[in-house]
Every structure is written in C-alpha cells, then in structure tokens.
Design a protein around this ligand. Sequence first.
Ligand code: IVH
Length: 690
Amino acid sequence: MNRSQAAARIRELKDAINEHNRKYYVLNTPDISDFEFDLLLQELTVLEKKYPDLAGDDSPTRHVGSDIAPENNAFLQFPHRYPMLSLSNTYNKEELLDFHNRISKVSDQPVEYVCELKLDGTAICLTYKDGRLFRALTRGDGTIGDDVTRNVLRIKSIPERLTPAGDFPYPPEFEIRGEIVMPFISFGELNSAKEKNGEPLFANPRNAAAGTLKLLSADEVERRGLDCYLYHLIADVPGIKTHWQALETASQWGFPVSQYRRLCRNVEEIMEFLEYWDKARADLPIATDGVVVKVNSFSLQKTLGMTAKSPRWATAYKFKAEQAATRLLSVDFQVGRTGAITPVANLEPVLLSGTTVKRASLHNADQIALHDIRLGDMVYVEKGGEIIPKVIGVELSSRPGNAQPFHYITHCPECGSLLERDPGEAKHFCPNRWECPPQIKGRIEHFMSRKAMNILGGEALVEQLYDKQIVKDPADLYYLEPPMLEALENWGDKSTQNLLSSIEASKKVPFHRFLFALGIPFVGETTAKYLASHFGSLQALKDAPIEDLTEAPEIGIKIASSIRDFFENPVIGIMLDKLKDAGLPLRQDVTEKELMSESLQGLQFVISGTFSRSREDMKNLVQLHGGKVLSGVSAHVDYLLSGDKTGPSKLQKASAMGIRIIGEKDFLALIGELPSEGTLFENENKTTSF
Ligand code: IVH
C-alpha cells in the first residue's frame, strides 16, 4: 500500500468507525460485533503508526466514542472532573504477557494485579457529597457526560446514602465509577414486552441498559430492573494504597462492588482467572465480554500513567465468541409479527458451545451481499450475547465451483406481497400488515396477552385457531362456542371452560388495556393510558383528527398519524364493529382511573393559569399520578401549579400560606415526564421515545 492508498484507507476506516461508534453509543443499535469493530480499529491503529502524519487529531483511535446525541438531548451535561477513559484491549494471551512484561520493567517488586470481570453494560460516574448521591453522569464523550441522576436513583443497588462503616471514613466528596447493566432476566422480559407491542427489540443487554438509562420516565427506568457494579473509586482516602483495598472499602460503605474478582500475584493466577471465567460466564445472570486486568498498587499506577485514551496500568482481555464452520444448505425467510423479514440459514448440524446448531440468522440482504454468501458455502457461525446464533462470514477457499450468487427474495413467502424496505432500515418487510398470516396471528396473540386483554392461551393455541380459520381476527374470540373448539388438539372441556370464561372476563379490563390490545403501531402501554384518559372512549379517539390527537399528552405527530392510519383501515373498522356487537364497553368506566405512578400520592394541587397543554390535561396528569386537584387555595393545598397569567392575588395568598408554587416544567419533572432542574428540554411537545 502506498501513501495515497493509505490516506484513502485511513479516511475510510475513520468514517466507518465513527459511524459504528454512533450506532453503538448513541443509537444503541450496533450492527457489527465488538470483535469486528476491534478489527477495524486495529487496522487503523497500524496504519496510523506507519503514517503518523496522516492520523489527525480527530482520529477515533485517540478519542473514546460518545454517547451524547447532539440532536434532541434532553439531559443537562456536566464536565467530568477526571476524563472517563476507555481500556486497551486484546483477544490473545501473548499480548497480555507483553502487558505484564512492560509493567514489570518499571517496577522493582513483583507486580500484583486485580482481575475483574468486564461487565457488558454502560459506564456511570457517581459523585457523592457528605455521604449522599449528588450526581450521576454517563461517560458522554469522556470529557462531558449527561446528568442521569434522577434515573440512577431508581436503581435499587445504588445507595442514595452511604453507611459510615468500615476501616476508613468516606471523604466529604468523592467519585466512584462502574457499570450499569441489565440482567438477562430483565432483558428477556423487556424484549418480550417490546415484541408484543410491535416495537423494535434491543439487540443485547448492553444496548438495553444504555437505552434505559437515557429514558425520560424514571418510573419506567425503575420497572426495567437495572443493576449496577462499581469498580473504580476515585477518592483521596489516606491509608488506602491499593485498588483491592479501595474496592473492599467501597463495599463497606454500601456500594455494590462486583464479587467476580481476584487478587493475582503472578501471571499464572491471571491465566487461571481467564480460563475459569471463559467457561463459567455462560452461567452468570449478567453479560460479560472479558476480564479487566488492573495493577493493584496506586503508586505503580501513577508511575505508569495513561495515554490520551486509556490507562497504561489496565487492559481488557476480551473473550471471543465461540465459532464453528459448517455448510450452508438452504435459506428460509421468516416473517416476524411486525412484518420484518429475517433470512435464516439451514446448516449442516455443528457443535457450538455445547449445543448442536442447525439454524442461524443471516441478518438481512446487505449482510448476505457484503459477505457474498452463497448456497453450498462453508460459513462461520458464532454464538454472541444474542439468543440465536448468527452467520458471520464465509470461507471462500472452500467454495464449490458451481456456487451461484445469492438472490434475495422480492416477495413475502407467506402472503406473496411485494416486499418493501424503508430508507436507512436494514430489513425488508411485508407491507401487508392486515392480511399476512404471521402478522395477523401476532396481533391476535398480542390482543390476548397478559398486559392486554389477559385471555388464556398463547402461541400454540392461536396457531391452531387461526390455521383452522376459527379465529381470523381478535374480535372472533368473542364469538367462540364450545363445539367450535372440539377439533383442537390436546383440548378438553375444562380447557374450553377456562378459555371462554377468561374471554368473558376480558370484557371488563380497563379501557387503556383494550386500547393497548388493539396493537396500534407505536401505541404501547403508557401511550394507551394517556389516550384512554384523554379521549375516554373509542368513538372519541376514532373521530379525533390529527390536530386533536397531538393535543393529548405525549402524543407526537408520528403516533398521531399511526392512530389515524389504523382507524381509517376498513379491516379494522369491521373488527371494531364486531367487538362492539360482542358487548365490549369500548369506553372508560367512570370509576376507572388506573394510576400511572404514585409520585403525587397524598398531595393536593390547585391549578391556575394557562399551560402548554389544556387545563383538563394538567388535571388528568395530577390524578393519573395519584394527586388530588382542589378548586381553591386553602390550608389543605400542597402545591399551586401555576401557569402563565395566574392571578396575582392567588399567588400572594398561596405564598402567604407557605404553599409551594411550581411551574409546568417543575411539575413535569415531579411526575417523571422531564428530567429535574433546569432542563435543557426546550420543546414541550416532543415525544419521549429515546
Ligand atoms: S476499568 C480507567 N473495570 O469497559 C479505568 N472497566 O472498554 C477504566 N468496564 O469504559 C475502566 N467492566 O465501561 C473497568 N471491571 C471493569 C469494567 C470496566 C466493564 C467497561 C467500562 C469501560 C469499558 C472499557
């Protein structure tokens, strides 16, 4: 490669890496594995070493990726007191030995290391003042991070107050850093809920943790069950001289410190730790992608110092996902519940990480074309953090002579519709939402699900009911009669009774659950609650023009258009008529006001003045979060919720009585709709999907 070729390749690699960084840190939807990413970065590092003048200050080899989305960032930002660095990493043990040899040269004593699991989540920096959590910042770009304190306070394992215990008192102010993770169990629950809602899934627990931390609703953050492990105390505590001691002390103060660690006195002990966890990680409740090896002594850490990007006293050894090579026999195309098409490889069975793999995902058309994967090829399959193995490459040297380039399908294998693809989307999808069988079955299943109409059943039952054409849409469920169910397999009288009584009981579910059950694209549980409380009945919602829809709390133009499209569809019209005839109430019961949270429980409000949303909406919001609205200022009132043009006498009276006066933004922060204090969130009408 000559100099100008190198310059072109460097540009290409920089652009690709920057884009992958954006997908990973900002969008939380990476489309290549960490291993593939590290290969690109390594290639760039090698080229820049050879041509240092071509590197440039903007090179991603010199900066950590940034999780700050410049557009629509709803969080306040603060600078980090010390930069939040990344770690150098390696996939092989020889390089780890080189790391140890480099360090040994600087030290006149045998070097001790702390080995810790590298947890696969998102980094967090916590500042404590006088024993209380003061601020939580994301890594951001390493220099400035997003203030996510409100959300972090909802993570159970993070102490709001410290325990003044242990061998050392905590200093008046200090920082501690660590990783916020989403345990596999919470990840599974979150993705199955998303799947039922027809929302895109998180690819892995890391993306789910990072995405959750940046939500605007702290209640939702709490529901999603994040966890945290802290691994880096930055505190001036006389007497603490090693990293190990610092971790023990942090644990005594009440911090969740990972137990997955070992003090290693030589290289053999490090290797034992690596080998043990390379296997044992399969049984952990959280995702890990390697081991971090850190010099234990603080004074040696200081001597070693750091580069612009990472400390010289620590490195990460990354586990490689296990791979196997096997023959690609054929390709099936699966149509998901939302119409997304996934190409699935049928493989010659091969043993991989203890299980036999016969099928693996081929991602999408671009990936097949990129690797030029052909039928009959030897392909590499890998089991990553995801549930289904994936094809990651092809062995060109063993390609059969007659292998033909692969042609992607153009029509839906289930209903024959011409497939479509949205700009910027990797997957093709079948646009025949209302008539394509897997999409219909998906909607029936969603309608019956626990958080929707709570009708007993599941995938297998829906499959049978639909295939025998007994139930062709959710409304048909209400017309089922015992003889119609006789033909079902593994079915008896008891099953019929149970199913029919759960169908009858479903007529009484709260109205917002019915709205959620309809499966209107982009209308999840929370949005359904807002819609139910704002419109009160299906008729009102059906009749609402776009302008009225966007006036409801949290409804932006995207959701409003989706609601309109839904109701304008004649297929839906027929189904809704059938539901009405079956006796479903299709409106909110007067006594039915299910709370969205209890954040205002026991608090009484007076609302005065004008707001960006209607007074009725503000009242609804107070009630939906457990508060009460009173008509006049009196000693019983806790808050005067004051908008523009509140009468001066009311303000005076309230302040004389010691009643707290808050504006719209502070109120929204109180109920978790906006981050607290001095928010940068300018546009009140923005929807809250991040
Ligand atoms: S130490 C200067 N320890 O890995 C010290 N990092 O690739 C830097 N990580 O940004 C971090 N587990 O988010 C450290 N036990 C551990 C870790 C860990 C996960 C993450 C962390 C860091 C990234 C670097």
